[in-house]
Design a protein around this ligand. Structure first.
Ligand code: PHE
Length: 354
């Protein structure tokens, strides 16, 4: 009895060994066949029972059945283990690392020149200035002649101008405007037309405007770009003086740079469209640029010939104009030393202003 039980025990053990040695479901099915298949060991044992006496059959049968169940249990356990391992392998292979930071759609931001531009508009609007814009491809008349540059006058070559290969319906040569000053004429003459009735009654409705925009000159170095930005200012009325210019520009600078610790200097200069003319220099009393005089604008009292070309009476209208570099103002405000950085489109540079 013991001997018989021992051989079944050994059989169960060897089945368990064979099953756990099977590394894949196919190997496991092969191993199963050796024990439980048609010509497997267990099946052979069952067949061998035919020769036994009825009494022996009973006990031996029960023992074989037990062994068979143990083998089947081992088989199922191994099947499950292989299935689990396969699932685990798949999960590993398809694993998502949810700890990785997502790739966010980065949102854009305004260019530093646009930031400065918007700031300038806001400040002058708060001082009662209208904001105007006009064409970048401009006629000779608005660019030069109306601004008191007579044909062939050397002042006309002060700007190295990009001329455009076209002639307008007005027969004028055209250029990429070398400054925003044409907007003085455009805006003020529109004003003269709008207020024709009031002007005829002898009234003097004020002109107060800024005109920011793109300008072009044949120039390219660390402080000059062939495309740059200016803001034109114009304030005309019955009694608008240089004093008003100084106060307006000083207030603008204090607001723009968010400090009272700065000074302005008006240095005599020459422009055909203003008389007298000046350059406005700015000096900060603190910060990295402290102590240096930095040129930010041309300005002057609007020349009577220009007032006439606006369709206004120079006997009634007097005032000032200025033309400032927006890029220059942006460079000073944001501490940028090379103008070209503004126009290279390097996101690493631009993102710093977001
Ligand atoms: N248009 C001049 C320039 O581009 C600047 C200026 C504007 C000067 C208005 C005086 C008055 O240099």
């Amino acid at each position: 009895m013991t001997a018989i039980a021992a051989d079944l025990d050994a059989l169960v053990h060897s089945a368990e060994g064979a099953f756990s040695a099977a590394a894949t479901p196919a190997e496991l099915e092969n191993a199963k066949a050796q024990f439980l298949g048609k010509s497997g060991s267990v099946t052979a044992l069952m067949r061998g029972m035919a020769q036994l006496a009825p009494e022996e059959k009973k006990t031996r049968g029960a023992a074989i059945n037990q062994a068979k169940q143990a083998i089947e249990a081992a088989l199922n356990a191994r099947r499950q283990a292989l299935k689990d391992a396969e699932l685990e392998r798949q999960l590993q292979a398809e694993a998502l690392d949810v700890t990785l930071p997502g790739r966010r759609q980065s949102s854009g931001s305004l260019h530093p020149v646009s930031l400065a531009w918007e700031r300038i508009e806001r400040i002058f609007a708060s001082m009662g200035f209208d904001v105007a814009s006009g064409p970048e491809i401009e006629s000779d008349w608005f660019s030069f002649t109306a601004l008191n540059n007579p044909p062939n006058h050397p002042a006309r070559s002060m700007q190295d101008t990009f001329y455009v290969d076209m002639q307008g319906e007005d027969g004028q040569p055209y250029c990429l405007r070398p400054h925003t000053s044409p907007m003085q004429i455009r805006y003020a003459s529109a004003h003269a037309r709008t207020h024709a009735a009031a002007l005829a009654r002898g009234e003097v409705p004020e002109v107060r405007v800024i005109a920011p925009g793109r300008t072009y000159r044949v120039d390219n170095d660390a402080t000059h770009s062939p495309m740059f930005h200016q803001v034109e200012g114009l304030w005309l009325g019955e009694n608008v003086s240089f004093k008003d210019l100084k106060v307006t520009y000083l207030n603008f600078c204090r607001d723009f740079f968010e400090t009272d610790r700065l000074q302005l200097r008006f240095r005599p200069s020459y422009f055909p469209f203003t008389e007298p003319s000046a350059e406005i220099d700015i000096q900060f009393q603190e910060g990295p640029l402290a102590g240096k005089w930095l040129e930010v604008s041309g300005c002057g009292q609007v020349h009577p010939n220009v007032v006439t070309n606006m369709g206004l009476d120079p006997e009634r209208y007097i005032g000032f104009a200025f033309g400032s570099g927006i890029d220059r103002l942006a460079m000073l405000r944001y501490g940028v030393s090379d103008l070209r950085l503004f126009f290279e489109g390097d996101v690493r540079f631009l993102a710093q202003f977001a």
